[in-house]
Design a protein around this ligand. Structure first.
Ligand code: ADP
Length: 475
């Protein structure tokens, strides 16, 4: 008999498997989700375990056995770190700015196998294994292959969450034997994708339930345009596919209590945001001017985030009295682009090419607008963070951006940002001009900022949806 939460809700033992988890390792939103959601599920009364690779030396972390170390976060969420120094103790998680590590299939199939073995070593039966992105896509396959008849996993169900369908974990078929699963699965309905191994497809096909990180993205990935070749596979899973909007950690992101924001500001008292703007302009080496809008960006430098469109529109944007600040790291060509634009427009454009938590807080707090012309966006956390800091998002009408940002125009008082009406240079210019115009209407802009800061996308709401999914898997 499993223990009961008050009422009918049974306590579930839920295991998260992920390649990055805040506060231990992060390249993007996946890590934020896998650091926050388990804590929220624990608060609902469930028992949570997280398994991730051990990227750096254990330090003072307790050793669980010779294959894993362990640490506790929240009230009692046990985080296990799978050891393998040659695989995981590297400068980057997946590869450098030029290419992925060539042995990523070995690294992450090792991780998946060890994660399941670790659960057996721990010895407590598991209700749900919640897998995240292609790095963990092999786990549902292993459970339907080597572990199919293992009584330890007889009640275990799998949920697979797609954080970004564009990164699928594609590998040469010659590597198949390294996966350690039956060769019969290498067919077009299962692991094969145009003669390659596809680990994202593996997770989608073999899991009991598939989720993704916003309702709009769940619809988009079932279309030819946004399905990245997996739209048919996702349509087949339509009845077991849900889009659950990510939440934001409103304790970590709070301009009233953020140590990076001094003096603090709040929805009721926005005055000190001006001081943050001044600081930001200084940090980015731009002239300190309070009367022109600053547009900020924080994120990975990659095709997805809309840099090609920014490049095409930048000369026209710079005709307006605006400043742009960029914080990001990623593909070489976009790093070069940002450096080139900083040289070309020294009084208006400045970029810091690095991953830096401190600077990211300064950009969220000190900018007036947050620029996010993404080509696609599964959910996007940065626009939610920006809203929390009263920094008005300017977004493309895609994915999670559509689920979180409504256009502000005189007729729609509910708006909290500016949404591009078309994905084009003119669409971007129009929205930037409209935003800059709104900035100068001081009273209505202050009201917009206050409204944005009041928006809430909570993990509590998301966690309840996930519990419904887990329960459906168990039924
Ligand atoms: P994605 O998952 O596509 O990378 P998200 O918007 O979902 O984008 O999440 C990005 C997260 O990573 C945010 O928390 C953002 O603040 C953080 N981030 C991205 N790039 C940087 C950077 N260069 N420095 C600091 N934080 C960053």
């Amino acid at each position: 008999m499993r223990p009961e939460l008050g009422g009918d809700d049974a306590v579930m033992r839920i295991v998260f498997t992920a390649s990055e988890v805040v506060p231990f390792a992060k390249t993007g939103g996946l890590a934020d989700v896998c650091g926050s959601l388990p804590l929220e599920l624990e608060a609902l009364g469930h028992e949570l375990v997280i398994i991730m690779p051990e990227y750096k030396s254990a330090g003072k972390r307790a050793s669980f056995n010779d294959k894993a170390s362990m640490e506790i976060i929240g009230k009692g969420v046990k985080v296990y770190f799978i050891k393998n120094k040659p695989f995981f103790s590297r400068p980057f998680l997946y590869g450098d700015s030029v290419s992925d590590y060539p042995d990523n299939l070995d690294r992450f199939s090792f991780f998946c196998r060890e994660a399941l073995q670790l659960l057996k070593d721990i010895g407590k039966p598991v209700d749900i294994i919640h897998c995240h992105d292609w790095q963990t896509g092999l786990i549902p396959v292993l459970l339907k292959d080597a572990y199919l008849k293992d009584p330890f996993f007889s009640r275990t169900r799998t949920v697979f969450t797609i954080h970004n369908l564009a990164y699928q974990g594609l590998f040469a078929k010659e590597e198949y034997s390294k996966l350690g699963v039956d060769v019969k699965f290498f067919n077009n309905n299962q692991l094969e994708f145009y003669e390659k191994i596809n680990l994202m497809k593996a997770g989608i096909v073999f899991s009991d339930y598939v989720t993704t990180v916003s309702p709009q993205y769940a619809k988009e990935i079932q279309t030819k345009e946004w399905g990245c070749g997996l739209d048919g596979v996702l349509q087949d899973r339509h009845g077991k596919l849900a889009g659950i909007l990510n939440g934001l950690d409103y304790v970590a992101w709070d301009p009233e209590h953020d140590p990076h924001v001094d003096p603090p500001y709040s929805q009721q008292d926005q005055l000190a945001k001006k001081i943050q703007k001044e600081k930001l302009q200084k940090v980015f080496g731009l002239p300190v001017m309070s009367d022109i809008p600053v547009f900020g960006f924080v994120g990975r430098l990659c095709y997805q985030k809309g840099f090609d469109l920014i490049e095409s529109a930048i000369d026209e944007i710079m005709h307006h009295p605006v400043q742009l600040v960029f914080l990001g790291i990623g593909e070489e060509k976009y790093q070069k682009l940002l450096k080139k634009l900083s040289r070309k427009f020294p009084r208006q454009f400045s970029a810091q090419i690095k991953y830096d938590e401190d600077v990211s807080h300064w950009v969220y707090a000190g900018s007036d607008f947050f620029l996010m012309p993404s080509i696609y966006e599964p959910c996007g956390l940065t626009q939610m963070i920006a809203l929390r800091y009263g920094t008005i998002p300017i977004v493309a009408a895609v994915g999670g951006l559509l689920d979180t940002v409504a256009d502000f125009s005189s007729g729609r008082k509910k708006g909290n940002g500016f949404v591009m009406s078309s994905y084009s240079v003119s669409g971007l210019l129009e929205v930037v001009e409209r935003a800059a115009g709104a900035y100068h209407q001081k009273d209505s802009f202050a009201a917009l900022v206050a409204h944005a800061m009041a928006n809430r996308f909570t993990w509590q709401a998301s966690a309840k949806h996930y519990v419904e999914v887990y329960e459906e898997c168990q039924s």
